[in-house]
Design a binder for this molecule. Sequence first.
Ligand code: COA
Length: 246
Amino acid sequence: MNMEAGAKSSATSLLDLFPGANGVNGYPMITDHTEAIEKRLRHFSQATLYLCMEELTQNDSAYASERQLMQQALAKRRKEFFSGRHLARQALKRAGFPVQAIARGPLGNPIWPAQAIGSITHDQRYGAVIVGHERDVAGIGIDLIEDPNQVDSEIASLFMHPDEKTILGSRFPDAPVTAVVFSIKESVVKAISVHIGRFMDLLEIHLTVSNHCISARIDGLPFHIPCIVIATEFGLLTASILRSEN
Ligand SMILES: CC(C)(COP(=O)(O)OP(=O)(O)OC[C@H]1O[C@@H](n2cnc3c(N)ncnc32)[C@H](O)[C@@H]1OP(=O)(O)O)[C@@H](O)C(=O)NCCC(=O)NCCS
């Protein structure tokens, strides 16, 4: 996620935000290896998901269609876009899908190969991509916030309901609740916007916690979307899944 509009200058590390060994959902808080994060996401989703996560390094693409999409873009945007596509191909390859150009849909969504589902996120330094098979999950969204203090609490009313502050603030006492809620909702948008076929307002999304599990509901829609928040050395990573039975 990029929060330039509401960015603050503070740079508290996640290790400061999540001191001690207390875990979320029974897991240790700090998970530094992509492999371990992938394992947690597989456990959470009950699906064989493939996660690729690394520093943003790519300034170009071998695919003309991707270069075309970035023709007018500034260097920073080109880097995050091309690095995201590069990571996506790594994840697709690991998952056994064709390695190909990844077009962009009308909602800004990546167009995955047939039967693949996935999600891309990038922040200032790192990017992450998750890919799976549509027979296992109908949709997935991920979001990375490298510095949770970037999310300005002054704009919280644009995306957070008052009860969410209470529910999630007590659940993650060491993280700014605004960052947790914002990131979860961004991941929800990525998991479902293609299914509903339109842009979404984050206030349409309502987060609840039941039996220690976070889930999202959308105004007027039947979806029930499980969500997870993982503190990693890359930053705060959230994921949401749309199960096939939704
Ligand atoms: C779409 C949205 C979730 C993107 O999140 P972000 O924090 O800006 O950026 P991230 O780096 O985490 O993720 C960006 C990636 O999300 C993916 N993405 C963008 N729109 C998407 C959508 N509708 N569905 C699924 N994935 C989407 C793209 O792959 C994008 O990277 P790329 O353009 O390089 O391919 C966010 O802008 C959003 O829509 N928020 C909802 C409120 C809002 O502003 N709505 C109006 C615009 S959608």
